[in-house]
Design a protein around this ligand. Structure first.
Ligand code: MG
Length: 279
C-alpha cells in the first residue's frame, strides 16, 4: 500500500458491493486513501476481501482503518443511541463481539492496520456492570486486533473527553488508540472539540474531518445537526491549525454530513479541497 503524507486528506466511505467502482468514485473526489466502514449487513466472505484487495491494488488506494457498524444500531436521537449503539446493549453484546472479530479479520486480509468502532454510551460509574463488561470486551478486542498486527481505535463523541480518557486508561492496552471526531463532540453535546482534542492528543492516530451544530437545548435528547465541512460550529480552520500546532501528522478523513447521492459526492469533493487548503 502507498504511504501517507502528513495530515493526508482521505474520505470515510461504506463498503458497497462494487469495490472497484467505489474506489474510482473516491479518487474522482481527489483522494487516494480513506477509512472503510463495514455495516452489519455486509457479508464478509473471502470473495469480499479479495475484491477489495484487488481494487486497492489496481487503484493504488490506501485504506488505513476499517470501521464496524452493527445491525440494529440507530442514531435517531440520544436515547436511541444509548439503547442501540455499540457494545452497551446487553442483548447483542456477544453477537457484536463475534462480528467485530470478523471485521478485524477482514481488515487484516486487506492489510489494513487499524480497526475502529463506537462502543456506545459508557456509564459514568466505573463499577457499573455495563462499564466493567464493556471495558473487558474492549480489552479482548484490542488483544485480538494486536494478534492481527492492528491498533484498535475508540471513536470520540458519545462522552466528554475526560470520561473517554478515564475509560481508555482503565482499558490499558498498548494498541488501543483514539479516532478523534470534532463534530461528534458537538452533535452529542459532549464538549468543545478543540479543547477535547488537546486532552486526548497523545492517543489520537486518526481524525475525522466532520462538522456540525450543537443540539437544540429546547429539545431534550436531540442530537445536533450534521453540516457540510466548514459550515458548522467546529471551526475547521482552527481545528486543522491545532492539528499542525500539536504535531499531529496522521490522516484527516472526511465524513460527510450531506445526504443524497449526488449532493454527497459534491460535498465530499468540496471538503477535500477545503482541508487540502488548510493542512
Ligand atoms: Mg466520525
Amino acid at each position: 500500500m502507498p504511504t501517507l503524507k502528513d495530515r493526508e486528506v482521505g474520505i470515510f466511505f461504506w463498503a458497497e458491493p462494487d469495490a472497484l467502482a467505489t474506489i474510482r468514485t473516491l479518487k474522482s473526489c481527489g483522494v487516494t486513501s480513506g477509512q472503510l466502514g463495514v455495516d452489519g449487513g455486509v457479508k464478509l466472505t473471502p470473495e469480499t476481501a479479495a475484491s477489495w484487495s484487488a481494487a486497492m491494488e489496481a487503484e493504488d488506494f490506501h485504506i488505513y482503518t476499517v470501521f464496524a457498524a452493527y445491525e440494529g444500531e440507530s442514531y435517531a436521537d440520544i436515547p436511541t443511541v444509548e439503547r442501540t449503539v455499540g457494545f452497551i446493549p446487553r442483548a447483542t453484546r456477544a453477537a457484536r463481539e463475534i462480528r467485530t472479530k470478523e471485521v478485524i479479520d477482514f481488515g487484516a486480509a486487506l492489510g489494513v492496520k487499524s480497526f475502529g468502532c463506537h462502543v456506545g454510551y459508557i456509564p459514568h460509574d466505573a463499577s457499573h456492570p455495563d462499564y466493567v463488561d464493556v471495558r473487558d470486551m474492549v480489552r479482548r478486542i484490542a488483544d485480538y486486533a494486536a494478534g492481527a498486527g492492528m491498533t484498535y481505535c475508540l471513536e470520540t463523541g458519545q462522552e466528554p473527553a475526560a470520561q473517554l480518557l478515564q475509560f481508555f486508561e482503565d482499558a490499558a492496552r498498548p494498541n488501543l488508540k483514539i479516532n478523534f471526531d470534532p463534530a461528534n463532540m458537538i452533535l452529542y453535546g459532549s464538549g468543545e472539540p478543540i479543547e477535547a482534542f488537546r486532552l486526548l492528543r497523545q492517543h489520537v492516530i486518526s481524525v475525522h474531518g466532520n462538522d456540525g451544530d450543537w443540539p437544540d437545548p429546547a429539545t431534550p435528547g436531540a442530537l445536533g445537526t450534521e453540516r457540510p465541512l466548514g459550515q458548522g460550529s467546529v471551526n475547521i480552520p482552527k481545528f486543522v491549525a491545532t492539528l499542525r500546532e500539536t504535531g499531529y501528522n496522521g490522516p484527516i478523513c472526511v465524513e460527510s454530513g450531506v445526504h443524497g447521492e449526488e449532493q454527497r459526492w459534491q460535498a465530499l469533493s468540496a471538503a477535500v479541497a477545503l482541508l487540502n487548503s488548510l493542512r
